[in-house]
Design a protein. Structure first.
Length: 264
């Protein structure tokens, strides 16, 4: 079952990072517009709709294991999009022969990513493009000297979260270039995009920070000092004067790395 807050986080991610997603789509080495696009681990559709903005005549097959994600995507979609619920770690359904496959923040969740890469290679049309986009962990939002009573809190929260993810999501932060080459692709380009979005540019930054830090808070009770845990809870208390929603110094800071690889 999808975490109740996950749909909102994905929608906020799409809204706040829309400009950066579009810049990645515009960068792709594509001369002939694709007719069939496959969005693997589509979430609520950030990549699906960014790709349709650039390639409005394409048809997109959006695949995700979560019915809640797909339900939200269908609320925003037209007849250019079909959705398929599938666990990509299991046997794949018939996904056609796309000429562009997009996988954003999904490859690191695969139990056997090398198997998934080979499956993508065999699914793509000859000459088709596979695009892997990965975030360098969840974004940071607070200045280094915040909050005033526990400076550096967010850095410590991220460090604790990273230790948990190293066990449960070991492929996060992987270099996908060599893996793509080993699966038979030719990597045509890669780039890292720095993200720094000031709160003044998007009213959604505060809600994104609140929801993101709430998710990170889960499971950290035994990983943070009591003082850090109390300071984090004050930030997450929307009725508190210390609430993250009351701050005017937030910014979204992260990196995205993208690999564009061709099937021969």
């Amino acid at each position: 079952m999808t975490h109740p807050a996950q749909v909102e986080i994905l929608d906020l991610d799409a809204e706040v990072l829309a400009e950066h997603t579009q810049s990645i789509v515009e960068w792709l080495p594509i001369d002939t517009p694709p007719h069939q696009i496959l969005d693997l681990g589509c979430g609520t559709g950030a990549g699906t709709f960014a790709l349709l903005d650039r390639f409005p005549d394409a048809r997109v097959t959006a695949v995700d294991s979560s019915p809640d994600h797909l339900r939200r995507l269908r609320e925003k979609a037209d007849d250019h999009v079909r959705t398929i619920q599938a666990d990509l770690d299991e046997e794949w359904p018939d996904l056609g022969e796309p000429d562009l496959v997009w996988a954003s923040a999904s490859m690191h969740h695969m139990a056997d990513p090398d198997r998934t890469l080979r499956q993508v290679h065999d699914t793509l049309a000859p000459g088709g493009l596979f695009v892997v986009v990965e975030l360098a962990g969840f974004p940071c939002f607070l200045p280094d000297n915040a909050p005033e009573d526990r400076p550096g809190l967010e850095e410590r929260v991220h460090a604790a979260s990273d230790r948990l993810h190293a066990v449960h999501v070991p492929h996060r932060g992987a270099d996908w270039g060599p893996k793509l080459t080993a699966a038979g692709f030719t990597v045509e380009g890669d780039r890292t995009v720095a993200v720094h979005i000031e709160q003044s540019r998007s009213g959604a930054v505060g809600r994104y920070a609140l929801n993101g830090l709430r998710r990170m808070r889960e499971g950290l009770a035994d990983s943070l000092t009591p003082e850090d845990l109390a300071a984090l809870d004050r930030l997450l208390d929307t009725d508190s004067p210390h609430s993250v929603l009351r701050r005017d110094d937030l910014a979204v800071r992260t990196e995205r790395t993208v690999w564009a690889a061709r099937r021969g």
